[in-house]
Design a protein around this ligand. Sequence first.
Ligand code: MG
Length: 232
Amino acid sequence: MSDWTTTVRQVLPRFFAVARRMRPTFHLSSLAELTPEFLSAQGVTLLIWDVDGTLMPWHGTAVAPELRAGWERLRAVQGLRHLILSNCGEERFVELGRIFPDVPVVKGYATPDGPVARQALHGSLSWSDGGCWDPAGDAEVSTIRKPEAVLLGFALKLAGDVPANSALMVGDQYFTDIAGANEAGVRTLKVRTVARASFPWPVAWMQRLETLMYRVFYGRALEGTENGRSEG
Ligand SMILES: [Mg+2]
């Protein structure tokens, strides 16, 4: 089963519980507006990134050209850590490790021993608990997907036990990126989806649905805020 059908299947039953947590701390229309000064003023030392729709088109192979300068500027900030949390499948996980060789790419798995994390970094994959599982071949091992809050716990721990209030989750989807981080006590930044037309229709449908839900719950004003100072 592909990544997106599984995500939809897991999210739908929790739809309303998740909808209550979908209000981000901040909205920005572009990464270009996410300045080092803003992050410093907010005490943010860790950025937890979604990839598809946030940094590049769906299953893209590099940061979108229009975001590259902003991304590089943030990567150059002293003392600011970066980590990627993706709902990707196994092949895409390896690919993201290649695209971002020096940024930890983290996935969570449900195993018979409980939830464990795996990260791709510097060209190799490693399990957080020293375990050795085979996600592709072991039916008892399954991916834990955003919006599960346990993933944020893994991210904070793997980034060096960063306190939740020093981290900021950056993503383009209210349900997967924002709701899970909110539940984990991590502040959230919603950005506009990059290359919306690149997404498979069920994901695009979910994006429209969650934007509609957001407007129903919270109104249009915040959704359109572009100054990055809209408190949630
Ligand atoms: Mg996304």
